[in-house]
Design a binder for this molecule. Structure first.
Ligand code: SAM
Length: 274
């Protein structure tokens, strides 16, 4: 494991810095640098790239990203206990690692990025979906990020890539399908983490669609929220607060259909008719 960069094995780093995992911070660490390299490679060529990483923890994924040639990694970590371990990595790769201590939900990511960035993260499960949604909703498109390679619980990964008539299709699938090309890269079993989580995880790779169907993100959210809020009901019922049958007629959509059968294009049409 140390062969990747000559730095000590992660197990030693964790022990030396007393980084016992905190559940409240979603801390499930990856100690296998072959696996962290596999995740980093999924992002595409990293030679000369700028990368934003959320939640570097003891730095397993950070080390892989740097070893693969990223010019700069900006890593946002909430747990101050991890900072000394990250400082050791920064010393090994001078001028290439900036660590920002803080809550990623409060960070202005666009301000951190001078030029296109790749986002790569083994996300804390409690904030992962919210971060993804925040990255998908900027007013300006294409966004500041060039790609996102993110670890989620498999269940969330399936929702991200879901298409109509799929049980996992919902608000997240519509949002991701509208603005990105999203794909599942590979699964990671619980025993790959320390401590192991209860469920299987999966790595998802997303790239922005250059020109998505024109539509207001806020209105699209409003429509999908109403439609999937009562996903088993016919749209004429679930969309009643937004105009029901009249709205559906305007959009040319059969009022007897259910939310899970609508394509992304049809959701955008509804949003544009509102
Ligand atoms: N990247 C490391 C790895 O792969 O082993 C750690 C991943 S662990 C699943 C999630 C990390 O996110 C932890 O280091 C945790 O402290 C950090 N974290 C949790 N909530 C955060 C937040 N709101 N903002 C920034 N970091 C956070």
């Amino acid at each position: 494991m140390a062969a990747l960069d000559g730095l000590p094995p992660l197990r030693d780093v964790i022990q030396r810095h007393g980084l016992d995992a905190k559940k409240a911070l979603g801390q499930n660490f990856l100690l296998d640098l072959n696996l962290t390299q596999k995740i980093a490679r999924t992002a595409g060529p990293l030679e000369g790239a700028t990368v934003i990483e959320v939640g570097p923890g003891p730095g397993g994924l950070t080390r892989a990203i740097l070893a693969l040639g990223a010019k700069k990694v900006v890593a946002i970590e909430r747990d101050s206990r991890c900072l000394p371990a990250l400082a050791e990595i920064g010393a090994h790769y001078p001028e290439r690692l900036d660590v920002v201590e803080g809550d990623a939900l409060k960070v202005d990511f666009e301000a951190l990025a001078d030029g296109p960035v790749r986002i790569i993260a083994n996300l804390p499960y409690n904030v992962g979906t919210q971060l993804l949604v925040n990255w998908l909703l900027p007013g300006r498109w294409p966004p500041f990020w060039q790609s996102m390679t993110l670890m989620f619980q498999r269940e969330v990964g399936l929702r991200i890539v879901a298409s109509p008539d799929d049980d996992h299709y919902g608000r997240l699938g519509v949002l991701c399908g509208w603005r990105t090309k999203a794909s599942l890269a590979f699964d990671v079993p619980p025993q790959a983490f320390t401590p192991p989580p209860k469920v299987t995880s999966t790595v998802v790779h997303l790239e922005p669609i250059e020109v998505p169907i024109p539509c207001s993100p806020a209105v699209l959210e409003k429509v999908t929220q109403a439609a999937f809020g009562q996903r088993r009901k016919m749209l004429r019922q679930s969309l009643k607060p937004l105009g029901g049958e009249a709205l559906l007629a305007k959009a040319g959509i059969d009022p007897k259909r259910r939310a899970e059968t609508l394509s992304v294009e049809e959701f955008c049409r509804l949003a544009n008719c509102l």
